[in-house]
Design a binder for this molecule. Sequence first.
Ligand code: XIL
Length: 374
Amino acid sequence: MSLGLSRREILTGVLAMPLISGMMVTTPVDGMSSGDSGATVPVPARNFGAAVRPDQLSSENALCDAIRGCQILVPEYHGQWSAVEWRRGDPWYGNYDAICDFAERNGQIVRGHSLIWEKMTPDWARDEMAERRDWRTIERHFATLVPRYRGRISEWVVVNEMIDTQDGDHGLRRTSFQRAYGNDYVRRALETARALDPSAKLMINDYSLVYDNPIDEARRNRMLRLVEDLKARNVPLDMVGIQGHLELAKGKVDQRRTARFLKDLAAMDVEIAITELDVLESDMSLPIPNRDARVASTVHDLLDVALDQPAVRSVVTWGLSDQDSWLQDRARSTREAQTCSPVDCHRLNRGLPFDGEMKPKPMQIALSRVRALA
Ligand code: XIL
């Protein structure tokens, strides 16, 4: 890295001006930005964060330094229902405790992820919901976690990935929750969470919302209708999470449609979070600098619109180092690169801010725009 920055500055993101491939990009600083009209408008503080795994918090290394530089921590998967309560009635709090303890030592916010997500629901709970259709299954689960972390977990993803406009029922995914309780389970889940912790911000979170294709378009519309419906009924929904799992094979982020979507959400009085940001590459045969520039460029495209929208309050990447990225699981060759020793960083998918050796990449510089606004 030849930017004349100390390693610590790079790791903790103390950067004011983003640079990509030698190009300067201006960014709002000092809490003001100039809009189209040339007038200055206040820029809200933005928080930057990352998904972490509890085992990453206990070693003194570059990754841990970078995690300390975050303002928000989200458990990557150890916070899911199936990870917390694998056996009914026998919850394991060690992972959430470790993340909360670390966050408290470092003055960070913790976002719980997630209370309801079909993919990480334990089998016993699926069976119980199917047999009894009794909301007490959900209440018990929420009561296991939410009050215990009141004041320590300040944001909860209450329902994760509920939209399915292709095979869903009225655009909502056919899940154990939907089958047991009907589509109104989203409302009930938010109300149940609010009753257990009136101070935590409550979120719903979903993916495929930023590209120009019929599926993303339908999903954006369904998300807007869902938020509109919840808000009209005074359901406690504070934030909408837009998963940023970007895929280069899908083309460019549609800035116009995304900006419009964010504006429509903001008009319904919800905060917006860019969550789970990472980039799945499409051509790993290119030279590394080109690959890294393409990844950073698509992140810039998303951040351009996201940071222009005052309702967007945070940006969270889905991990920090390529070595730990879940995206390696999507291709056998990159998974092999991850597990060989030493790690073959060139063969890994390079969709996170740091490579497998914790060297910062242009994506990290792109993200400094968020930190500059913190
Ligand atoms: C992923 C984790 O990164 C993986 O390690 C885990 O095996 C599966 O879940 N949408 C989400 C995240 O909301 O929780 C998922 O995280 C990625 C897709």
